[in-house]
Structures are given as C-alpha cells and as structure tokens.
Design a binder for this molecule. Structure first.
Ligand code: NBY
Length: 834
C-alpha cells in the first residue's frame, strides 16, 4: 500500500495535465530525454520533447487497457494488414486525449510555436493508399468504440517513397522515416518469435504411434514486435498496433566466422533483415516476387504465434482460439493465414484436422478491395513450395476436401471446379490467394454497396453461389477525428458552436446543420471559413511552387494514387478543353478555376508516370499563357501523403471522383472531401453511389456511363475513334497533345497516351468525355451563385454521417466479429493490477 501511494504521487507529478504540469514536463523531457538545454535545442528536439510529453500521458491508458483485457479475457479483434498508413501521431493523440488546446497553450506560453512542432513531424508511410489508410481509420474507430483490438502488420524500414518532381517527371526518393528515431513505438524484444522458411516436410510417428507431418525448415528469421498505442477519442481505451521487424537469429554466425567466411556470416544477417526492409510501392498490380511472399508469411506467422502466446498466457485452451480472436484479413495480402493457422493448430498444437478447420473458418474473415482481375494475387507453385513446403501440402489437403464438397453441390460442372480450385491449373500452376481466403473465412465483404454486388456477379461469383451466407457489404468510412476535428479546426468550431460536440462520435448528428441552411449568418461563416482555408493553401502553393492562385477561383482537386482507371487524364482533357475555349476566344467569360493534382505513381507504371508529366506539361503552358490571364491555373502538388492531405481536403470546393464506373471499389477520399464541404463531380462508382444517395442528386454533379453501360459498351466492341471523329472539341484536345503543343514541339513524348486512347481506351475516357465536360459546365455555372453553392456545400457535409468509420466498424462488430465494447477502467496509479 505504501508503494502504491508513492506511485500515485509520482504518476500525478509526471503526467499531470495542468498548464504548469505540461510546461514542466516538456522542459524536463527536453533536458533529460533529448539531452538538450533550450539554447542548443533544434526544432526536432522540441518536437521530440513534446512527443514524449504526450506519450507519457498515454501510458496509463495503455497499461490499464492491457490489464483490463487480460482480466476480462475479452474477445479481441486482430486486424491483419500489410499496410497501415497512420499519418502523423502528435496532433491526433492530443485530440484523442482531449489535450490539444491545453498543450498548445503550454507550448505557446513557453515562447515556442506549437503549430510549427505539429508540422515538424514526418509520417510513417507504411502504406500505398486507400487500403492502408482504411486500416488506420479502422484502428481509430475500434479504439473510440472501446473494442479490444490488435493491429498486426510490418514495420518497414523504408515506407512509401518520397516523390520529387524534376522537369515534370516523378523521381522516387527513399523514405528514411526512422532517421530521427520514433518516439511513438516501444520495442518488445521479450516477445520475439521465430519464423521458419524453406526446407522440406517429413512424416514421423508420435509417442502413440500415430503418423504426423512436420516441417523441417532450412532457415529462419526472428520477428521482433514494435508496439504503438492507438487511442480512442476521449475514452480510456488505448489499443496496440504491433508491427514486426525481421532480424537475423544470431547477429553473428560464429561458426562461419571461424571457418574464415566473415562475409558469409554478415550476409546472413543482411538477407534476414531484407524481409522488412521496404514496402512494395504498387497499389494494384501483383508482382510475383519471392520477397513479397516472405513478407506476407513473415508478418502473418509472427501475428498468429503471438495470439497463441497470449492464449497460453491467459491459460485459454487452444480449442477456443476462435472465441478469443476475430481475425480480419485486409485483402489477400495476409491470406496465407488460412494455411498457417491450420499448420500451427495441427502440427504444433496437435488438434485434429476437422476441429482445426472449424476454428480457422470461425476465426477468419476476408475483405476484398478490388474488382480488377489482374490485381488478384497468385503465387507460382514452385516458388511457393520452395518457401513454404508444408503450407503447400496443407493447401492441397484443404483443396481436396473443398473440391469434394463443390463436386457434390454442383454435380458434373468441371469448369466450375477448375475456377474454384485453390490451384490455377490452366497453364503454369499458381496458388490463388483470393480463393484460399474465401474458403478459409466465415465472412467475405466488399467495401461499398456497388462493389459488393459486383463481387457477387464477377470475381467471386462462384464462391457466392457456393456459400451466399458468407457475403455482405461493409461500406468504407473515415475517421472524423483526424479528417475533421484535427485537420479542420475552424469548421469544427463553427459546427460545435451550433450543434454541440456530439457529432464527433456520432456523425449522423451533422444532420442538425440542415436547419441553418437558410440562416445567412451561418452561411456567411461557412463560406468565409472555406475562403480562409483556401488562402492558407494558396499561400503554401505560392511558397512551394511560386504559383499565384486566387481563392475566388474554384479549387478543383484530384488527389489519389495516379492510375489509368482513376482517370486523372480525363480531368486533363477537360482542362485542355477550357484552354482551347480561351484560345479561340480570349474574352470568353469563364468561371476561374484552380486545378490541383496530387498523388504517387507506382515506380514501374510507365503510363501513370507519363500522366504526371502531362499534368506538369499542361500546367507549364497554361500558367504562363497571357491569354489565360490567370483564370485557370494547374498545379501538381508533389509528395501527396496523409499529412499534406489534411491541408488539402478542407480547402476543396470540388472533389474529382471520376473513375470508370465499376473500377473503383469504394474510394475514401471522396468521403473526406464531402464531409469538409466540397461538392463532388463523379461517376456512379464505388461509394460515390452512396454519397450521392445521401447528399441528394441535386447536390451532386453526376456524369458518365454506369458500370452496366460500361460492360455493355465493351461487349459490343468499343471504338474510341468513333467518339473522336464525332466530337470536334475532343478532336482538338487530342490533336493539341499529339502535335507537341505541350511538349515543346516533341510529338513523341505523349504519343503513348494518345495512342492508348485512340486505339483501345480501356477506361473509356472518350465515351465519358462529353458528359464530363457538360457536367463541368454545370459546376462552373453553379459556382457563380455563391449562396446556392454554399447551401449545397452545407447539405453535403450535413449528410455524410454514414461515412464515419465508426458506422463501418459498428457493422463489422455486429455482423462479422461478434465483439462487444470493454470499458477500460480508470485507475489511479500504475500498479492497479496488484
Ligand atoms: O482500397 C483501395 C481501393 O482502390 C479503393 O477503392 C478503396 O476505397 C480502398 C479501401 O477499401 N485499394 C488499395 O488501396 N489497394 C492497395 O493499396 C494495394 C496495395 C498493395 C497491393 C494491392 C493493392 N499489392 O498487391 O501489393
């Protein structure tokens, strides 16, 4: 008791939250953690001291959460994802702790610019795009909803590359995000696991004389966990993001060293550590690289072994694995979990096959994020066997039993059997990861209503017909804490002044804003906030690019990965159309616009990189043409990431969501824009459909073919040249590009884009061109009536409640995971378990 009281006192002293406590703690961390007196401190030292001051205030929640979960033996969601795009932690943690304002005051009172420290933080770019960011939003909502959760993934030493633009071309620079240390993570070497690879399998007789299989691996690596707390908004819950780093089993192989092979000894270490060295920077295309399979198996095995360790620590019998854990597979990247959980349960824990299979299916659930058939993961059998010989045997065994079941359910249908097999035997043999994920899971979902329907009709049709009860839709959502409260404090204040702060955890409450659309004062405030935010972005564009943009122009923004299916080049066709109108008639009355682009191209995706070059080339010509008189501006914003995104979404008037219908699974940027009051121009694709339903058709700029029409058009034999020949405006746009007008006379530079569009146009830009341009003309017209535009903007934001990730996560909890909130108790003192 004496010790306990002492600890309570120490803790209050160390992590108090009065302004004085905060100032003192900050200076103490600067001096004793960073080892700097203020006179020698750099901006980064200040940032680190502040980060530690915040981290200290997270510890009690984190420890109390761990204690509560252990005592309750709570069912835990394990979100398995090869990517977590968390964004900067500092501001977000302060928001979730409810300490943003006091901390700002404390730091400002010390004469240090708090906003500068927030901006000083880099971000852990451990993801490519939507899929990785979704995982981060889901961790935020899981904690806000007080659901015991572990996020499991890979601690890449180098995340997504940093993008520079030189002479209009993308240049990739390695992302050294750990260079200055990472104050948000704690290594947990005591929970290191061992991961086997390669070798062969053999059978042996156990003590009862029963034959069993075992894997005799050829090599192994260690997996060391690094934990980062993920806080819930104003609750005591602090869950854990556990990322695995690969290390050599022995940092030095003395045997090799003694035989004189010093190089070989060190090389073994290099090879092991390669596994978590770098994130694959592709956001679609599968690359059948062995290192990628190593990464996937590595983090899945680490994570499942970690769950087994936790079961044993809590003395829960292994037969109850599925009662303790709900494991979600974020796309097929962790789908090897199906075979690995079977191996661990059967070979290591000695459960019978049928029991292990029931546990596996009851534990796992699979989320699909793409309809593009070329993006479905598969692995060459030989490569797979070399790395995971035992898993291949297990997959064969699963497949044999599965094929027997299909054969009975759909008699005499060999074509169906061939399509559903876990092994593609149509040519070279492959393991099909989506099929493995479907067979091994009790639930399968898509990420928007349209996507989930199309899954059932196309890529997963056979699996739907086989087990329709497994399928459901879980429309994506985004966290309003990061994407409204943190990134748009002015709008947050205005909304909260009017309807209170309940909307932050119950986004449907934004509907109450509808009552103010006829309140001129409110509309005026709404508009002036948007203008002020646009000014901030304009200032940073002036500073970083030397381009002067007017805040009275429409901020028309397309930020997302660069992809042909996302059609940044359709946006360009419209821009060139406007430019051509001005050139034909320099005095034409057009609504001024600022076109902003941002996004990375996969380093090996030639067409995407050429699209970036085309944006740069068009912007160069337009921005300096005196005829344009500044009425249109085009800027490519380099190195688009979560941190920058937070400045972009609040500044937008118009959100470009213009993918070919049926190609974008959901989109999540579309939601972030709309809840910050941007209007959307979009196709009926992904979650756009639901966004329009919610906002009302009259508040959405819809254009283009539907997914069904796209399918028909292609089936009939699509001919882009017919559109080109029939449309003089389109012709002029394409001819200008082809003529070298935007490339200093070089006719060859953009020829691959022109040829692609003229000859096949796989994403139907030409078919949608006229509809898009007409829709953009309606946008320009609408913007001229500022009162009307503001009302539409308010209505959009007010009606985006369903796109909170809290709603998505509640649906996963109820329909798939069957988990309930566990309230973490508030205790004084950090020894509450005793
Ligand atoms: O997932 C995106 C979808 O395109 C988007 O429509 C959806 O909103 C979002 C969240 O559900 N998919 C995505 O971001 N995919 C990837 O980033 C990705 C990354 C790696 C690989 C494949 C896809 N890979 O095969 O390595």
């Amino acid at each position: 008791m004496q010790l306990r009281n002492e600890l309570v006192r120490v803790e209050a002293d160390r992590t108090g939250t009065t302004i004085d406590n905060l100032k003192r703690a900050f200076l103490e961390n600067l001096y004793y953690v960073q080892g700097k007196p203020p006179a020698l401190a750099t901006l980064n030292d200040y940032y680190m001291a502040l980060a530690h001051t915040v981290r200290d205030r997270i510890m009690q929640r984190w420890n109390n959460s761990a204690i509560t979960y252990t005592e309750n033996q709570s069912r835990t969601v394990c979100y398995l994802s090869a990517e977590f795009l968390m964004g900067p932690h500092l501001g977000n943690n302060l928001i979730n702790l409810g300490l943003y304002e006091p901390m700002k005051q404390a730091i400002d009172e010390l004469g240090i610019n708090f906003d500068e420290l927030i901006e000083e933080e880099g971000e852990p770019g451990l993801g490519n795009g939507g899929l990785g960011r979704l995982a981060a939003c889901y961790l935020d909502s899981l904690a806000a909803l007080e659901i015991p959760t572990m996020g499991y993934g890979i601690r890449y030493e180098f995340g997504i590359f940093k993008q520079d633009i030189r002479d209009g071309w993308q240049v990739e620079i390695t992302d050294k995000w750990l260079r200055n240390g990472n104050p948000w993570e704690l290594a947990r070497p005591e929970w290191t696991v061992s991961i086997p690879f390669g070798g062969h399998t053999e059978s042996y007789r156990n003590s009862q004389g029963v034959y069993r299989a075992r894997w005799v691996p050829a090599w192994e690596v260690k997996g060391v966990p690094y934990d980062t707390p993920t806080l819930g908004y104003k609750v005591n819950t602090a869950n854990t993001l556990r990322l695995w780093k690969a290390e050599a089993p022995e940092s030095f192989d003395f045997q090799a060293f003694n035989t004189g092979d010093y190089y070989g000894a060190v090389n073994a270490k290099v090879v092991s550590e390669n596994i978590t060295k770098v994130l694959y920077p592709n956001d679609d295309e599968i690359q059948g690289k062995v290192l990628r399979l190593q990464q996937q198996f590595f983090f899945v095995s680490c994570s499942l072994q970690d769950m087994i360790r936790i079961m044993k620590g809590q003395k829960i019998p292994m037969e109850r694995f599925h009662e303790k854990f709900a494991v979600q597979l974020n796309d097929t990247h962790p789908a090897i979990a199906v075979a690995e959980l079977m191996r661990l349960l059967v070979d290591q824990e000695f459960l019978g096959w049928d029991e292990a299979w029931a546990i596996t299916q009851n534990t796992l659930a699979y989320t699909n994020h793409t309809l593009l058939p070329e993006a479905l993961e598969r692995w060459q059998i030989d490569l797979f066997r070399d790395l995971l010989p035992r898993h291949l045997e297990i997959i064969y065994e699963i497949n044999q039993r599965f094929m027997d079941d299909v054969r009975v359910k759909f008699i005499d249908d060999d074509a169906r059997l061939a399509r559903m097999s876990l092994i593609d035997e149509s040519g070279e043999r492959y393991v099909r990861m989506a099929n493995l994920a479907c067979v091994g899971s009790h639930a399968i979902n898509g990420v928007a209503a349209l996507h989930s329907e199309l899954l059932k009709q196309t890529v997963l049709k056979d699996f739907y017909e086989y087990s329709p009860e497994k399928f459901s839709n879980k429309t994506n959502g985004v966290t309003p804490r990061r994407f409204m409260v943190l990134s748009n404090p002015r709008l947050t204040q205005l909304i909260t002044d009017r309807i209170g702060s309940g909307w932050i955890t119950d986004l449907e409450q934004l509907r109450q804003l509808e009552q103010f659309i006829d309140d001129p004062a409110f509309c005026q405030q709404w508009r002036s906030i948007k203008q002020a935010i646009k000014q901030d972005l304009a200032d940073s564009i002036q500073k970083d690019y030397g381009v002067d943009v007017s805040i009275d122009s429409i901020f028309d923004i397309q930020v997302k990965r660069i992809h042909e299916y996302k059609r940044q080049h359709l946006n360009l066709l419209h821009i060139i159309t406007l430019y051509n109108r001005i050139k034909a008639n320099p005095n034409i009355d057009i609504t001024p616009r600022t076109f902003l682009f941002g996004g990375k191209a996969a380093p090996g995706y030639f067409m995407a990189k050429l699209m970036i070059k085309l944006v740069s080339a068009v912007s160069e010509v337009i921005n300096r043409d005196p005829d344009v008189r500044g009425r249109i501006k085009v800027v490519f914003l380099k190195n688009y990431n979560v941190k920058f995104a937070q400045h972009v979404y609040p500044a937008a008037d118009l959100s470009e969501q213009i993918s070919t219908a049926g190609k974008e699974a959901s989109g999540t940027g579309n939601m972030k824009f709309a809840m910050n009051g941007a209007l959307t121009i979009g196709t009926l694709d992904g979650a756009n459909v639901e966004i329009m339903e919610q906002a009302g058709e009259e508040n959405f700029f819809l254009f283009g073919l539907t997914a069904e029409e796209v399918r028909e058009r292609k089936a009939r034999g699509y001919d882009p040249k017919a559109y080109y020949n029939a449309n003089p405006n389109l012709q002029l746009v394409i001819d200008r590009i082809a003529s070298g007008f935007f490339s200093h006379g070089d006719k060859t530079l953009f020829q691959p884009i022109v040829d692609n569009l003229m000859q096949s146009d796989p994403y139907l830009l030409f078919a949608d061109y006229q509809s898009y341009v007409e829709c953009q003309d309606r946008v320009a017209e609408a913007y001229r009536d500022q009162d009307k535009w503001t009302r539409m903007s308010i209505l959009n934001a007010a009606r985006m409640g369903m796109f909170s990730s809290d709603r998505s996560i509640q649906e996963y909890c109820d329909d798939i995971w069957n988990v309930k909130p566990v309230t973490v108790k508030e205790t004084e003192g950090f020894c509450s378990a005793t």
